[in-house]
Design a binder for this molecule. Structure first.
Ligand code: CP
Length: 325
């Protein structure tokens, strides 16, 4: 157990070592138990978290805000459009100034090519931890919640379990690729064989792929890439299928939207789920384009664990806040 996390930022999934992530999980399970028993756990009494959002949210906002209150502190919800950022406040000024008001700065900024840079610029100037509520590259708290959920459903020994991280069709907008990128980085460390499936135009960032291959080599697990959703689903233990945009292939959003339309058949439906193991679980971070990305039957069916994933956001975020702030 590696417990010295006080003052640390959590921006990329690999910012915490495997042992540190194990500590986060241990604390998260303890906090989940305490909440179930109604045991108070005010580890952050009088502490305040700034939550700076450049993009909308349901789960992230709700779980960070509830989590801070349950830890005895407070979370300040700040939408970028209500600040003076558009009128000149720089990330350095946000880091310097919010670092003096708050005990932690959580940021969601998913703009392609900007989000991760912004978080790191704030972190450089901040005297308090900067926590990534999702950027263009990583969604590390979602990934921790997913890992906690997988441990709950499949046990701590995940060796030789097949996890499919698949692209899925969605018509709404070009979604960030931060969720699949976080998954391919974090999950190999916990023994899962990862199968990444996507049409050719939906590649992840090359540097993330290199890091994911390195993690797989280091932890002695498989890491395959396929362009066939059916083949990927075969005999899988965990299906994690969601949409993301073609930003690596083209920076042109209109061209990206045209490309997405070619792959309407990439839906998670009952036929595809039947290709996986009978006890396979279905995962999605939400929100989903229902009956486009995934059928209602799968989303609301017995293999779906999406609400446990959403709940576990609360517990892992409380654990990281209690350990870092
Ligand atoms: N999964 C997730 O991050 O949900 P929100 O976008 O609603 O926060």
């Amino acid at each position: 157990m590696q417990t010295y996390l006080r003052g640390r930022d959590f921006i990329g999934d690999l910012d915490f070592s495997k042992e540190e992530v194990e500590t986060v999980l241990d604390v998260a399970f303890d906090l989940k138990r305490k909440r179930a028993l109604g045991e108070p756990h005010p580890y952050l009494r009088d502490k305040v978290l700034a939550m700076l959002f450049f993009f909308s949210s349901t789960r992230t906002r709700g779980s960070f805000e509830a989590g801070m209150a349950q830890l005895g502190g407070h979370a300040a919800f700040i939408e970028s459009r209500t600040t003076q950022i558009a009128h000149g406040d720089t990330p350095k000024e946000i880091g310097e100034i919010f670092g003096r008001y708050f005990d932690g700065i959580a940021i969601r900024h998913v703009d392609w090519g900007t989000g991760n840079w912004y978080l790191n610029e704030v972190a450089k100037a901040s005297r308090v931890p900067v926590l990534n509520m999702q950027c263009d590259i990583y969604h590390p708290f979602q990934c921790l919640a997913d890992l906690m959920t997988i441990v709950e459903k499949k046990g701590r020994d995940l060796r030789r379990k097949r996890m499919v991280v698949s692209w899925a069709y969605a018509a709404s907008y070009q979604k960030p690729m931060s969720v699949p990128q976080s998954l391919v980085l974090q999950m190999p460390r916990f023994g899962l064989d990862v199968i990444l499936a996507h049409p050719p135009e939906f590649k992840l960032m090359p540097e993330i792929m290199d890091m994911a291959r390195e993690q797989a080599r280091k932890y002695g697990v498989g890491f395959e890439v396929m362009d066939d959703m059916d083949a990927a689903f075969k005999d899988a233990d965990i299906i994690y299928a969601k949409s993301w945009g073609a930003m690596v292939h083209t920076p042109d959003a209109e061209e990206g939207a045209r490309i997405i339309k070619k792959y309407e058949s990439w839906i998670t439906d009952e036929r595809r789920m039947a290709l996986a193991k009978p006890d396979a679980i279905y995962m999605h971070p939400l929100p989903a384009d229902r009956n486009i990305e995934v059928t209602d039957g799968v989303m609301d069916g017995p293999q779906s664990v999406v609400y446990d994933q959403a709940e576990n956001r609360l517990h892992v975020q409380k654990a990281v806040m209690a350990l870092t702030m």
